[in-house]
Design a protein around this ligand. Structure first.
Ligand code: PEP
Ligand code: MG
Length: 275
Protein backbone atom coordinates (compact mmCIF):
# COMPACT_ATOMS: atom_id res chain seq x y z
CA UNK A 1 0.00 0.00 0.00
CA UNK A 2 1.32 3.45 -0.93
CA UNK A 3 0.53 6.81 0.56
CA UNK A 4 -0.30 9.98 -1.41
CA UNK A 5 1.05 12.81 0.76
CA UNK A 6 -1.12 15.61 -0.64
CA UNK A 7 0.85 18.43 1.00
CA UNK A 8 3.32 18.15 -1.87
CA UNK A 9 0.63 19.63 -4.16
CA UNK A 10 0.48 22.65 -1.87
CA UNK A 11 4.16 23.27 -1.13
CA UNK A 12 6.64 25.36 -3.11
CA UNK A 13 4.00 27.69 -4.55
CA UNK A 14 4.64 30.62 -2.22
CA UNK A 15 1.55 29.97 -0.15
CA UNK A 16 -1.00 29.97 -2.99
CA UNK A 17 -3.31 26.93 -2.89
CA UNK A 18 -4.26 24.56 -5.72
CA UNK A 19 -7.96 24.91 -6.56
CA UNK A 20 -10.50 22.08 -6.48
CA UNK A 21 -10.16 21.14 -10.16
CA UNK A 22 -6.37 21.05 -10.04
CA UNK A 23 -6.50 18.82 -6.96
CA UNK A 24 -9.19 16.64 -8.49
CA UNK A 25 -7.03 16.07 -11.59
CA UNK A 26 -4.07 15.02 -9.43
CA UNK A 27 -6.09 12.69 -7.20
CA UNK A 28 -7.95 11.20 -10.16
CA UNK A 29 -4.64 10.46 -11.92
CA UNK A 30 -3.43 8.67 -8.77
CA UNK A 31 -6.66 6.67 -8.49
CA UNK A 32 -6.64 5.67 -12.15
CA UNK A 33 -2.96 4.77 -11.94
CA UNK A 34 -3.82 2.09 -9.40
CA UNK A 35 -5.99 0.16 -11.94
CA UNK A 36 -8.66 -0.85 -9.44
CA UNK A 37 -6.40 -1.29 -6.39
CA UNK A 38 -7.05 1.10 -3.50
CA UNK A 39 -5.06 4.32 -3.17
CA UNK A 40 -4.58 5.97 0.21
CA UNK A 41 -4.88 9.75 -0.06
CA UNK A 42 -3.84 11.59 3.07
CA UNK A 43 -5.42 14.97 3.73
CA UNK A 44 -2.97 17.84 3.85
CA UNK A 45 -0.23 17.64 6.50
CA UNK A 46 1.19 21.14 6.34
CA UNK A 47 3.22 22.73 9.14
CA UNK A 48 6.31 21.88 11.20
CA UNK A 49 8.72 20.00 8.89
CA UNK A 50 6.50 20.74 5.84
CA UNK A 51 5.99 24.52 5.57
CA UNK A 52 3.40 25.85 3.13
CA UNK A 53 5.69 28.70 2.13
CA UNK A 54 9.38 28.03 2.67
CA UNK A 55 10.21 31.69 2.15
CA UNK A 56 8.26 32.34 5.34
CA UNK A 57 9.36 29.69 7.83
CA UNK A 58 7.16 28.96 10.84
CA UNK A 59 8.32 31.26 13.62
CA UNK A 60 6.34 29.60 16.37
CA UNK A 61 8.50 28.35 19.22
CA UNK A 62 7.56 24.67 18.75
CA UNK A 63 6.11 24.21 15.25
CA UNK A 64 5.91 20.41 15.65
CA UNK A 65 3.52 21.01 18.54
CA UNK A 66 1.64 23.73 16.73
CA UNK A 67 -0.93 24.25 14.00
CA UNK A 68 -0.11 21.41 11.61
CA UNK A 69 -1.94 18.70 9.66
CA UNK A 70 -5.60 18.24 10.69
CA UNK A 71 -5.30 21.13 13.15
CA UNK A 72 -4.50 23.45 10.26
CA UNK A 73 -7.22 21.88 8.10
CA UNK A 74 -9.86 22.45 10.79
CA UNK A 75 -8.66 26.02 11.23
CA UNK A 76 -9.04 26.58 7.44
CA UNK A 77 -12.37 24.90 6.66
CA UNK A 78 -12.75 26.49 3.21
CA UNK A 79 -9.39 25.04 2.17
CA UNK A 80 -10.22 21.68 3.77
CA UNK A 81 -13.67 21.43 2.17
CA UNK A 82 -12.07 22.17 -1.22
CA UNK A 83 -9.62 19.31 -0.71
CA UNK A 84 -12.33 16.95 0.53
CA UNK A 85 -14.58 17.68 -2.47
CA UNK A 86 -11.66 17.03 -4.84
CA UNK A 87 -10.91 13.68 -3.11
CA UNK A 88 -14.58 12.61 -3.07
CA UNK A 89 -14.86 13.42 -6.79
CA UNK A 90 -11.72 11.38 -7.52
CA UNK A 91 -13.25 8.49 -5.58
CA UNK A 92 -15.81 8.10 -8.37
CA UNK A 93 -12.96 6.67 -10.49
CA UNK A 94 -11.69 3.90 -8.18
CA UNK A 95 -11.11 2.82 -4.61
CA UNK A 96 -10.02 5.62 -2.28
CA UNK A 97 -8.97 5.42 1.34
CA UNK A 98 -8.98 8.88 2.87
CA UNK A 99 -6.44 9.14 5.68
CA UNK A 100 -6.48 11.95 8.27
CA UNK A 101 -3.17 12.95 9.93
CA UNK A 102 -2.44 14.07 13.51
CA UNK A 103 -5.79 13.48 15.18
CA UNK A 104 -5.87 13.28 18.97
CA UNK A 105 -9.22 14.60 20.22
CA UNK A 106 -12.79 13.33 19.94
CA UNK A 107 -13.82 16.86 18.93
CA UNK A 108 -11.35 16.82 16.01
CA UNK A 109 -12.70 13.46 14.90
CA UNK A 110 -16.27 14.76 15.06
CA UNK A 111 -15.47 17.96 13.15
CA UNK A 112 -13.52 16.04 10.50
CA UNK A 113 -16.33 13.56 9.86
CA UNK A 114 -18.86 16.40 9.73
CA UNK A 115 -16.76 18.26 7.16
CA UNK A 116 -16.52 15.12 4.99
CA UNK A 117 -20.32 14.91 5.04
CA UNK A 118 -20.62 18.63 4.31
CA UNK A 119 -18.27 18.29 1.32
CA UNK A 120 -20.44 15.44 0.02
CA UNK A 121 -23.60 17.53 0.48
CA UNK A 122 -22.00 20.43 -1.43
CA UNK A 123 -21.23 18.09 -4.34
CA UNK A 124 -24.80 16.78 -4.28
CA UNK A 125 -26.10 20.33 -4.36
CA UNK A 126 -23.98 21.00 -7.44
CA UNK A 127 -25.11 17.73 -9.00
CA UNK A 128 -21.49 16.60 -9.22
CA UNK A 129 -20.49 12.92 -9.20
CA UNK A 130 -18.58 11.57 -6.22
CA UNK A 131 -17.68 8.14 -4.88
CA UNK A 132 -17.54 6.30 -1.56
CA UNK A 133 -14.37 6.47 0.54
CA UNK A 134 -13.10 4.48 3.47
CA UNK A 135 -11.97 6.94 6.15
CA UNK A 136 -8.94 6.21 8.30
CA UNK A 137 -6.93 7.95 11.00
CA UNK A 138 -3.21 8.17 11.43
CA UNK A 139 -2.02 7.04 14.82
CA UNK A 140 0.97 9.30 15.29
CA UNK A 141 0.29 11.13 18.55
CA UNK A 142 0.70 9.00 21.70
CA UNK A 143 -2.70 10.22 22.92
CA UNK A 144 -4.27 8.59 19.85
CA UNK A 145 -2.41 5.32 20.45
CA UNK A 146 -3.80 5.40 23.98
CA UNK A 147 -7.39 6.08 22.79
CA UNK A 148 -7.74 3.24 20.31
CA UNK A 149 -11.33 2.37 21.14
CA UNK A 150 -12.38 5.93 20.26
CA UNK A 151 -10.51 5.78 16.97
CA UNK A 152 -11.72 2.31 16.03
CA UNK A 153 -15.30 3.34 16.74
CA UNK A 154 -15.15 6.11 14.17
CA UNK A 155 -12.76 4.92 11.47
CA UNK A 156 -12.62 2.12 8.90
CA UNK A 157 -8.85 1.67 9.22
CA UNK A 158 -5.80 3.02 11.04
CA UNK A 159 -2.30 3.81 9.84
CA UNK A 160 0.56 4.18 12.30
CA UNK A 161 2.80 7.11 11.45
CA UNK A 162 5.93 6.00 13.22
CA UNK A 163 7.98 9.06 12.22
CA UNK A 164 5.78 11.31 14.30
CA UNK A 165 4.82 8.69 16.88
CA UNK A 166 8.53 8.37 17.77
CA UNK A 167 8.99 12.15 17.77
CA UNK A 168 6.08 12.75 20.14
CA UNK A 169 6.59 9.71 22.37
CA UNK A 170 10.24 10.52 23.00
CA UNK A 171 9.92 14.33 22.84
CA UNK A 172 12.55 14.42 20.07
CA UNK A 173 12.16 17.05 17.36
CA UNK A 174 12.62 14.94 14.21
CA UNK A 175 14.23 17.90 12.42
CA UNK A 176 16.77 18.68 15.16
CA UNK A 177 20.17 17.11 14.44
CA UNK A 178 21.38 17.74 17.98
CA UNK A 179 18.93 15.15 19.39
CA UNK A 180 18.93 12.75 16.43
CA UNK A 181 20.89 10.19 18.48
CA UNK A 182 17.92 9.92 20.87
CA UNK A 183 15.42 9.22 18.08
CA UNK A 184 14.98 5.51 18.82
CA UNK A 185 12.45 3.39 16.93
CA UNK A 186 13.22 0.50 19.30
CA UNK A 187 12.43 2.35 22.51
CA UNK A 188 10.16 0.02 24.52
CA UNK A 189 7.50 2.76 24.80
CA UNK A 190 7.38 3.20 21.02
CA UNK A 191 7.15 -0.55 20.45
CA UNK A 192 4.40 -0.82 23.07
CA UNK A 193 2.26 1.83 21.32
CA UNK A 194 2.80 0.19 17.92
CA UNK A 195 2.04 -3.30 19.31
CA UNK A 196 -1.12 -2.18 21.12
CA UNK A 197 -2.43 -0.43 18.02
CA UNK A 198 -1.87 -3.54 15.88
CA UNK A 199 -3.44 -5.82 18.50
CA UNK A 200 -6.52 -3.65 19.12
CA UNK A 201 -7.12 -3.26 15.37
CA UNK A 202 -6.91 -7.04 14.93
CA UNK A 203 -9.31 -7.58 17.87
CA UNK A 204 -11.86 -5.30 16.25
CA UNK A 205 -11.30 -6.62 12.74
CA UNK A 206 -10.12 -3.29 11.35
CA UNK A 207 -7.05 -3.00 9.10
CA UNK A 208 -3.97 -1.33 10.59
CA UNK A 209 -0.94 -0.42 8.49
CA UNK A 210 2.38 1.24 9.30
CA UNK A 211 3.37 4.12 7.03
CA UNK A 212 6.37 5.71 8.74
CA UNK A 213 10.00 4.98 7.81
CA UNK A 214 9.88 1.95 10.12
CA UNK A 215 7.76 0.08 7.54
CA UNK A 216 10.55 0.31 4.96
CA UNK A 217 13.39 -0.60 7.33
CA UNK A 218 14.37 -4.25 6.79
CA UNK A 219 15.83 -4.40 10.32
CA UNK A 220 12.27 -3.92 11.60
CA UNK A 221 10.37 -6.14 9.16
CA UNK A 222 10.36 -9.36 11.20
CA UNK A 223 9.55 -7.60 14.43
CA UNK A 224 6.57 -5.84 12.83
CA UNK A 225 5.40 -9.14 11.32
CA UNK A 226 5.72 -10.77 14.73
CA UNK A 227 3.60 -8.01 16.25
CA UNK A 228 0.90 -8.79 13.68
CA UNK A 229 1.50 -6.19 10.97
CA UNK A 230 0.39 -7.34 7.52
CA UNK A 231 0.18 -4.02 5.65
CA UNK A 232 3.44 -2.14 5.11
CA UNK A 233 3.47 1.25 3.34
CA UNK A 234 6.82 2.49 2.06
CA UNK A 235 8.78 4.25 -0.64
CA UNK A 236 8.86 2.11 -3.82
CA UNK A 237 12.67 1.83 -3.60
CA UNK A 238 12.32 -0.21 -0.39
CA UNK A 239 9.62 -2.64 -1.54
CA UNK A 240 11.92 -5.35 -2.96
CA UNK A 241 14.16 -5.59 0.12
CA UNK A 242 11.21 -5.67 2.54
CA UNK A 243 9.41 -8.24 0.40
CA UNK A 244 12.49 -10.50 0.48
CA UNK A 245 12.65 -10.18 4.26
CA UNK A 246 8.97 -11.10 4.55
CA UNK A 247 9.41 -14.16 2.31
CA UNK A 248 12.37 -15.35 4.40
CA UNK A 249 10.46 -15.04 7.68
CA UNK A 250 8.88 -17.97 9.49
CA UNK A 251 5.81 -16.17 10.87
CA UNK A 252 4.93 -18.95 13.35
CA UNK A 253 8.19 -18.36 15.24
CA UNK A 254 7.98 -14.58 15.03
CA UNK A 255 5.06 -13.95 17.40
CA UNK A 256 6.65 -15.34 20.63
CA UNK A 257 9.99 -13.73 19.78
CA UNK A 258 8.28 -10.37 19.15
CA UNK A 259 6.59 -10.61 22.56
CA UNK A 260 10.00 -11.19 24.18
CA UNK A 261 11.43 -8.16 22.34
CA UNK A 262 8.43 -6.14 23.50
CA UNK A 263 8.94 -7.15 27.12
CA UNK A 264 12.65 -6.30 27.11
CA UNK A 265 14.16 -3.13 28.59
CA UNK A 266 16.64 -3.18 25.71
CA UNK A 267 14.77 -4.49 22.67
CA UNK A 268 17.72 -3.72 20.36
CA UNK A 269 19.79 -6.41 22.14
CA UNK A 270 17.25 -9.10 21.13
CA UNK A 271 16.75 -8.02 17.55
CA UNK A 272 19.61 -10.06 16.10
CA UNK A 273 19.55 -12.76 15.02
CA UNK A 274 15.83 -12.92 14.31
CA UNK A 275 14.19 -16.38 14.29
C1 PEP B 1 4.72 9.58 9.92
O1 PEP B 1 4.62 10.51 10.73
O2 PEP B 1 5.23 8.48 10.22
C2 PEP B 1 4.23 9.73 8.54
C3 PEP B 1 4.07 8.70 7.74
O3 PEP B 1 3.95 10.97 8.10
P1 PEP B 1 5.01 12.14 7.82
O4 PEP B 1 6.38 11.53 7.86
O5 PEP B 1 4.60 12.68 6.50
O6 PEP B 1 4.73 13.05 8.95
MG1 MG C 1 3.36 12.17 10.32
Amino acid sequence: MGLFRTEFLFMGRQGSLPDEDEQYAAYRAAVEGMHGLPVTIRSIDIGADKPLDDRRPDTHLNPALGLRAIRWSLAEPVMFLTQLRAILRAAAHGQVQLLIPMLAHASEIRQTLELIERARAQLDQRGQTHGPVKVGAMIEIPAAALSLRLFLRHFDFLSIGTNDLIQYTLAIDRTDESVAHLYDQLHPAVLRLVADTLAEGARQGKPVSVCGEMAGDTAMTRLLLGLGLRSFSMHPSQILAVKQEILRADTTKLAPWAQAVLASDEPASLLLPPP
